[in-house]
Design a protein around this ligand. Structure first.
Ligand code: HEM
Length: 324
């Protein structure tokens, strides 16, 4: 869906993200038509990120409480354990790209209770699912994503890890907990991979600490750089008229402020998880002493809203080094 309306100032971004006449989905289309009657349909409709009904605040509080019940040290130790399972050494740029996407997914898998042997397939399924939920998916991506949703649902039906048990307890409804556990994979994957990749790039030419450079990426080039809202009725935004159904693109970085983790009722409840995973991941990668030339070539992920460098091995005579 085209988004012809956009805002730019800090004040207009705050207004848009707290506007009572703007919703995360168009009023007449709570689920994208391409996902109707597919396994992705009930999952999409259950996601805290995709609803503005009376259940959302309670669901959000339950997910927040489950996430907050783990300490920074729990997350850090588990991230290191998972990083060791993923890579004891990195020899190609493609392996580094895969590591960056896999780390947040496999950390959540470990805590939700998905067996190590299932995780390679799980990463592929999450990557497919992300494509059908994020804006701008092609027909083929919607089909693959919907199939992946079915497989993720089966995996979550067997989940019994500590994060899943706390989500279930807090939410009080197993199938709603399963859908929102799948939602955590979706929410964590591109943002955290972008934070990891962009911080590695900054580290290659700056000497400040990884912790500082992570906050610098979040301040200057947020890995999720835009979000969308839809007018639920005719209304006004930033002094201009909006008609019912109109889509608004909202930048998460303005000249005055960065909203890297959003703002208002849909603000990210996993920001401390994201920063801890990224820092533990960078510390782990730094200790591996991987060849810095793995960072030489990258392209930005094809995405309407995520800024994720994808490292690759250059073929001879290819001067495309990315632009950072
Ligand atoms: C660097 C990594 C991450 C970034 C940049 C990021 C960014 C965001 C942003 C911008 C939103 C708001 C979207 C909107 O208002 O339209 C959001 C929502 C959300 N994020 Fe994150 N996120 C990251 C990692 C995570 C992680 C690791 C988790 C969970 C462990 C998580 C869970 C969520 C959830 C559940 C929502 C939906 C909240 C709601 O709609 O009420 N995120 N995230």
């Amino acid at each position: 869906m085209a988004c012809p309306f956009s805002v730019t100032s800090r004040q207009a971004v705050c207004e848009a993200l707290t506007h009572r006449d703007l919703g995360v989905r168009p009023a007449h289309e709570p689920v994208p038509p391409a996902l109707l009657a597919t396994p992705a349909h009930p999952i999409f409709a259950s996601l805290v990120r995709m609803r503005d009904d009376g259940v959302q605040p309670e669901l959000k509080a339950a997910i927040g409480a489950a996430l907050d019940s783990f300490s920074e040290d729990d997350i850090r130790q588990t991230t290191i354990k998972v990083a060791q399972q993923l890579a004891t050494r990195l020899s190609t740029a493609e392996q580094l790209t895969r590591f960056n996407y896999s780390l947040p997914i496999c950390l959540l898998a470990e805590m939700l209770g998905v067996a190590v042997r299932q995780r390679d397939a799980l990463v592929d399924e999450v990557m497919d699912f992300v494509r059908c939920i994020a804006p701008g998916g092609s027909t083929q991506q919607m089909i693959s994503g919907a199939q992946a949703a079915g497989k993720l649902q089966i995996r979550m039906q067997q989940a019994d890890g500590p994060l899943f048990l706390r989500l279930s307890l807090q939410i009080g409804d197993r199938s709603l907990a399963e859908a929102n556990a799948i939602g955590l994979f979706f929410q964590a994957c591109e943002g955290t991979a972008g934070l990891l990749g962009q911080t590695l790039l900054l580290m290659s030419h700056r000497s400040e600490s990884a912790e500082y450079l992570i906050s610098e990426v979040l301040r200057q080039t947020p890995p999720i750089h835009t979000t969308r809202r839809f007018a639920l009725r005719d209304t006004q935004l930033d002094g201009q008229a909006l008609v019912k159904g109109q889509c608004v693109t909202i930048p998460l970085k303005t000249a005055e402020e960065s909203f890297a983790f959003g703002y208002g009722v849909h603000q990210c409840p996993g920001s401390h998880w994201a920063k801890t995973i990224a820092l533990a991941g960078i510390d782990y990668l730094s200790a591996l002493n991987f060849d810095p030339s793995l960072l030489s070539y990258f392209r930005w992920r094809i995405s309407q809203n995520a800024h994720v460098p994808e490292f690759y091995t250059a073929k001879e005579h290819n001067n495309d080094c990315g632009d950072f």
